[in-house]
Design a protein around this ligand. Structure first.
Ligand SMILES: [Zn+2]
Length: 258
């Protein structure tokens, strides 16, 4: 399964993983050039008409998108009814066809977990705190509780801060090393006295593999948001300028049976 991304528009307004699309999952992850994306603190659909026309001209109704008040935790909120603010948490799960889910990021990881066999979908927001708390394994657990097999899942990690740009210090390393003794060392490189560069991609891929996902079914283009201010918002680089939104929805029943 290829981890190549396709960019849409000029300048690009959003991107997709053809490898994920080939599995039948509609999805899109915006760049900083996508119009009509509201600030996620507002409890209204974060995708305005202009954005919806661009992102899903023939796809799910983004006026009904479900999203969360994100708090860097491990709560998985299951949504089966259309849309809006679905509560507090950092991961959404649905089995409902055409029910769009959204998470917001600006350096953190947006991760799709898709079960093409049983048509189950998870979408998570994971930063260093979620990494320390095993947020992605919690989503895998929730999908398994809903009937999925981990080996059947496809994961996709969207553009987020890379080890090239993510320097951390003790307040991050202490809880990480306590949570993952013997494992955390392979996710960091020392970069100065009391400083490390943390590879959140490697840490989360490792957690997914431990949870039973096949390495060849984890897509990661390894595209860093802080390296590419021309394309993305980066909290590290420029503060609260804006957020990227990653959306996904299961196909309609007809499509899933095809
Ligand atoms: Zn970078």
């Amino acid at each position: 399964m290829t981890a190549d991304l396709t960019f849409h528009g000029e300048p690009p307004t959003h991107l997709t993983y053809p490898g994920l699309q080939a599995q039948g999952l509609w999805h899109a992850s915006t760049t900083r050039h996508c119009p009509g994306i509201a600030h996620p603190s507002r409890p209204v659909s974060p995708v305005g008409r202009e954005g919806a026309m661009l992102l899903a001209p023939a796809g799910p109704d983004l006026g009904r998108v479900a999203f969360l008040h994100q708090v860097h935790g491990t709560t998985v909120v299951r949504v089966e009814e259309p849309g809006g603010l679905a509560g507090e948490g950092d991961a959404l799960l649905t089995t409902r066809p055409q029910m769009p889910l959204a998470v917001f990021t600006a350096d953190c990881l947006a991760v799709v977990l898709f079960d093409p066999v049983g048509q189950r979908l998870g979408l998570a927001h994971v930063g260093w705190r979620g990494t320390v708390k095993s947020a992605l394994p919690a989503v895998v657990d929730a999908l398994v509780a809903a009937g999925a097999r981990p080996a059947a899942l496809v994961a996709a990690i969207f553009p987020s801060i890379g080890p090239c740009c993510y320097e951390v210090d003790r307040p991050v390393i202490d809880p990480l090393s306590a949570a993952f003794p013997g494992r955390w060392e392979s996710w960091v490189r020392p970069s100065g006295p009391g400083k490390w560069r943390l590879d959140l991609w490697a840490a989360n891929q490792s957690q997914l593999e431990t949870a039973g996902l096949r390495p060849d079914r984890i897509l990661n283009a390894r595209l860093c948001t802080a390296c590419r201010p021309d394309l993305f918002f980066s909290y590290r680089r420029e503060g609260s300028r804006g957020r990227l939104v990653t959306l996904a929805a299961l196909p309609g029943r007809g499509a899933s049976e095809a």
